[in-house]
Ligand binder design. Structure first.
Ligand code: C2E
Ligand code: MG
Ligand code: MG
Length: 715
């Protein structure tokens, strides 16, 4: 117990010194407690070879496994001993250089614990200096960081491993902006798209949406799905590689957002699935095609027929199903072997394909049975009949199978949608039944399921047949329809129009000209027409009619014959007519086929001295551009534009526009099919050049036209 002083002032200073001492003691106790509770070790040591410890805190035991007394003054072990041999030199060097510069040191190194375990520690310390500046001791703090080190290591390891995965992944990994520019990617991404490096890829593709995808709408679809679901999975598309080749890819991606939920970018993976797609397609092809011929099989045929029927139902068109069976095929197979049989089947398959349009389908049902689908037909069965005749002819051409030359024929049965059935099964059943009928009536022919159609088909074949003989049999005659000049009111020419008096009476040209075109007999007919018209023109020329032109109609097929100009020239010579008297009428459809050939033929005809006019103007080829580049003389405006001229202001306006167009191009404008006086007066007042039509005269025999000419002259 401290002694109590009597003097108040003395008492104060005594009290103060007493409380100071208390305070000091308390602080020391506090410090000791703190030091004891600290994880890690506080130390004070000498700067010698052993790091001789003068003080270590209680934490020494937990840290090193040695008690403080073991370490103090190197009692049992020195701190240098505890320091890992591989780290000793580095630790010493760092501490010495820190002291030299009078700064703190911070070092990480390993120690060896009493139990032999190795631990990572972190040491922070500094020198304590005497007043004269010499070093008195070192003090600091050492803490076990083994766990943190392990974590760091694991993290670095994971990072490396992750980078390896990304770098070496077979899949492309990417980040893109929402707008469609690459931000990051791995080497595989560049490789998949055919670029040498990621940098090249990023520079080349500024807009993924428009540059990468073959279908420009894919990117929008990608974004739409991500917006809706947050991610896309197995998103398959076709894309362009750098070299322009197209591959299939599959993408998996998600949207990355910031804390407030705004989209930042997309990230995901991409895989080249071209091989799989090709394989799938091959499988699909195998499942739907016949292996021998490569033609669609029954399943695919049924599918296409179903689609064709729903289309036909919507647009009111016709569909034909034709069953085809080779005649006596069993004989080939049995006597010449299956190899030969297979060759016959393959050749037949090719020939059938050659007879059809791209929109049609030929399928092999098996054996020698085929079935055909003809689509988009109009109401008359001319097209079907023509196709079937062609097939009969093609199949019966001699064919080479191995060393055998064979003559095959086939029988066909046809059912039509809608009249013979409205569904796949019924149509197939009825076509099959019709095919048996074809076999029954003697093979090498076709039969419609509906009996009356067979009559029509026979009629058409009949027509084709008699048309072929009509020239020889001299069944054609020409009629002439006068053309009136609107300024003078006189007859300035006539159009020759063919008439056929066939075995079954008079047939209008609209009925037989298209058939003659299809079968090719138009060539002979055309020559006959031109020669007859020239001969007649020569007669009118001799009578001194001037000006007077005789117009002759040419159809597209005639016109596409490259020898036409020579033919025409020789006819002109033979008949001795002045070429300027002859006018050739062609329709716009001549042009639609081969524009280049059209121009050269036209120019050749013009150089002979003939006059040229476009017939049925306004009904055909829609481009007006050709008008100015061709050497034409006349525009014959189609009847449909003339019909409404009496009273319909719209039709009048259209006609005036055509008139202006023709005149601006320096052409004479002729109105066809003028039937009434109103039409006549309108045309005259509007400034049309010539007219033709029932208002003046029907097409009549040459002799009747002579009478008309006489009548006019005497007026
Ligand atoms: P196109 O060349 O436009 O001939 C005019 C058609 O209109 C002729 O029909 C004629 O009789 C008819 N027509 C004349 N005036 C009137 C009228 O006022 N009202 C009505 N409703 N019709 C009138 P056609 O003779 O039956 O000939 C039809 C088409 O057949 C011709 O149209 C032409 O494209 C073709 N054609 C006629 N003869 C021949 C020919 O010798 N060779 C070729 N390749 N085609 C020909
Ligand atoms: Mg004509
Ligand atoms: Mg016409």
């Amino acid at each position: 117990m401290d002694h109590f002083p009597e003097h108040p002032a003395g008492a104060y200073s005594f009290l103060k010194s007493l409380s100071d001492r208390h305070l000091e003691r308390d602080q020391k106790r506090l410090l000791a407690t703190l030091l004891d509770q600290l994880d890690g070790m506080v130390y004070r040591c000498r700067n010698d070879a052993q790091w001789t410890m003068e003080f270590v805190s209680v934490g020494c035991l937990a840290l090193t496994g040695y008690s403080p007394s073991d370490l103090l003054l190197n009692n049992r072990v020195s701190y240098d001993d505890i320091t890992h041999p591989e780290d000793r030199e580095r630790v010493r060097a760092e501490i010495q250089s820190a002291i030299a510069m009078r700064r703190r040191f911070e070092i990480e190194y390993r120690i060896l614990r009493a139990d032999g375990m190795q631990r990572w520690v972190f040491e922070r310390g500094s020198g304590i200096y005497h007043a004269d500046g010499t070093l008195e001791a070192l003090q600091g703090f050492v803490d076990d960081i083994t766990e943190r080190k392990a974590n760091e290591h694991a993290l670095r390891d994971a990072e490396n491993r992750y980078r390896d995965i990304v770098e070496n992944a077979a899949e492309g990994i990417f980040q893109t902006t929402i707008e469609g520019r690459y931000i990051k990617g791995n080497p595989a991404l560049a490789r998949i798209y055919g670029y040498d490096s990621l940098a090249e890829l990023t520079a080349a593709l500024a807009d993924i949406g428009s540059q990468l995808y073959v279908d420009g709408r894919r990117r929008a679809e990608f974004i739409r799905i991500i917006r809706q679901c947050g991610s896309v999975t197995n998103f398959e598309s076709q894309v362009y590689r750098k070299d322009g080749t197209v591959i299939w890819i599959s993408e998996n991606a998600r949207e990355v957002r910031d804390v407030s939920g705004n989209p930042l970018y997309y990230e995901g993976t991409v895989e080249d699935i071209t091989e799989r797609k090709t394989y799938e397609r091959r499988l699909a092809h195998q499942a739907t095609h016949d292996t021998l011929t490569g033609l669609p099989n029954r399943a695919l045929f049924v599918d296409r027929l179903g689609q064709a029927l729903s289309l036909a139902e919507r647009n009111g068109s016709q569909v034909a199903v034709a069953f085809l069976d080779l005649d006596n095929f069993k004989y080939i197979n049995d006597s010449l072997g299956h190899q030969t049989g297979d060759e016959v089947i393959c050749t037949t398959a090719q020939r059938l394909q050659g007879c059809l349009r791209d929109s049609d389908t030929v399928s092999r049902l098996g054996g020698d049975e085929f079935v055909l689908l003809l689509q988009g037909l109009n109401a008359d069965n001319g097209q079907v009949t023509a196709t079937l005749s062609r097939i009969l002819a093609e199949v019966s051409r001699p064919l080479q199978a191995g060393q055998h030359e064979l003559n095959m024929t086939c029988s066909l049965g046809i059912s039509l949608y809608p009249q013979d059935g409205r569904d796949v099964d019924t149509l197939l059943k009825h076509a099959d039944a019709a095919m048996y009928q074809a076999k029954h009536v003697g093979r090498n022919n076709f039969q419609f399921f509906t009996a009356s159609l067979n009559q029509r088909a026979r009629d058409r074949l009949d027509l084709e047949h008699s048309l072929r003989q009509a020239v020889e049999r001299e069944e054609f005659i020409l009629h002439y329809q006068p053309k009136i000049d609107l300024r003078s009111g006189g007859i300035v020419g006539a159009e020759s129009l063919i008439r056929w008096k066939g075995p079954r009476g008079l047939v209008p040209p609209a009925r037989f000209i298209p058939v003659a075109e299809e079968t090719g007999s138009i060539e002979g007919i055309g020559e006959w027409v031109l020669e007859s018209a020239c001969r007649q023109a020569r007669l009118w020329q001799a009578r001194g009619l001037n000006p007077f032109t005789v117009a002759v109609n040419f159809s597209p097929r005639q016109f596409s014959n490259s020898r036409l100009p020579q033919r025409v020239e020789s006819i002109l010579q033979r008949t001795g007519v002045d070429p300027r008297m002859i006018e050739i009428e062609i329709t716009e459809s001549c042009l639609a086929q081969e524009p280049d050939k059209f121009i050269s033929t036209l120019t050749a005809l013009k150089s002979i001295g003939l006059q040229l006019s476009i017939d049925d103007f306004g009904t055909g080829y829609s481009s007006m551009a050709y008008l100015k580049s061709f050497p034409l003389d006349r525009l014959k405006v189609d009847r449909t534009f003339v019909r409404g001229l009496s009273g319909n202001p719209r039709d009048q306006a259209i006609f005036r526009a055509i008139l202006a167009l023709g005149h601006n191009l320096g052409l004479r404008v002729v109105a066809e099919g003028v039937e009434t006086s109103e039409q006549y007066y309108f045309l005259r007042d509007a400034g049309c050049d010539e007219v033709q039509g029932y208002f003046f005269s029907m097409p009549v025999p040459a002799a009747d036209l002579d009478l008309l000419l006489e009548e006019r002259r005497s007026r």
